[in-house]
Design a protein around this ligand. Structure first.
Ligand SMILES: [Zn+2]
Length: 224
């Protein structure tokens, strides 16, 4: 069986998390979200984790090459032998280059970069309409999934609030950062023929179907 070495890209609110979950279960691939594995390395007190911690304790950003090493450490493990899903790495062209060289060193290569797209106004509509119940975290959407009594949770009557992350100005800012960071990566992987685009405005089932069909084709091509 050929490997599935995947990168997942997409703006917040385009359903990337849902698709990551599907990939994990459908193909039994380990999922590496950069933040999570960095925290795990720190907790395990591995060599790299200790180095990363020094930066974090000082309130500094962990440098690209160190994050790269933590990621590569994971990729070069038994659990990732048949492939992996990367989320949040690479974030820069430098990191992409690092990943490319590391994979080459392991005699492996990227299968594809999956870009789940959604127009800004759709992302804004989805995220800024989200409400969460303060007591138990039940989620609603003012437009797509409103509670029976406006402002209150159906299940426990607690007040519904908007998370700071979902506030309009924050969403706009997150989108700006996303576009700025992602554009060069999209161009790079497009040029390399590795980019596959998916319409994040479709239902999660449809997007999942398209991703599965794409991966099946890629695997067939690899076997030829
Ligand atoms: Zn509730």
């Amino acid at each position: 069986m050929s490997e599935l070495n995947l990168i997942l890209l997409g703006p917040p609110g385009a359903g990337k998390g849902t698709q990551a979950d599907r990939l994990r279960t459908d193909f039994e691939l380990p999922y590496y979200a950069t933040g999570d594995i960095l925290r795990a390395a720190v907790k395990e007190e591995s060599d790299l984790g200790r180095q990363a911690r020094e930066y974090m304790d000082r309130g500094d950003l962990v440098p690209d090459d160190l994050i790269g090493q933590v990621v590569v450490d994971r990729i070069d493990s038994d659990e990732a032998r048949d492939g992996f899903v990367l989320d949040g790495f690479p974030r820069t062209l430098g990191q992409a280059d690092e990943l490319h060289r590391a994979l080459e060193g392991l005699e492996r290569h990227l299968t594809a970069t999956l870009l789940i797209e959604a127009p800004d106004e759709e992302v804004i509509r989805r995220l800024s309409g989200r409400r969460v119940c303060r007591d138990n975290g039940h989620t609603y959407h003012v437009e797509f999934d409103p509670p029976k009594n406006e402002g209150f949770c159906d299940q426990d009557g607690s007040v519904l609030v908007q998370r700071d992350d979902d506030k309009l100005e924050t969403v706009k800012h997150r989108l700006g950062v996303f576009h700025e960071q992602t554009k060069p990566l999209v161009e790079l992987y497009e040029k390399d023929g590795l980019l596959r685009r998916f319409d994040g405005t479709r239902s999660p089932e449809e997007v999942n179907g398209h991703i599965r069909a794409t991966l099946a084709t890629l695997r067939l091509e690899e076997q030829l």
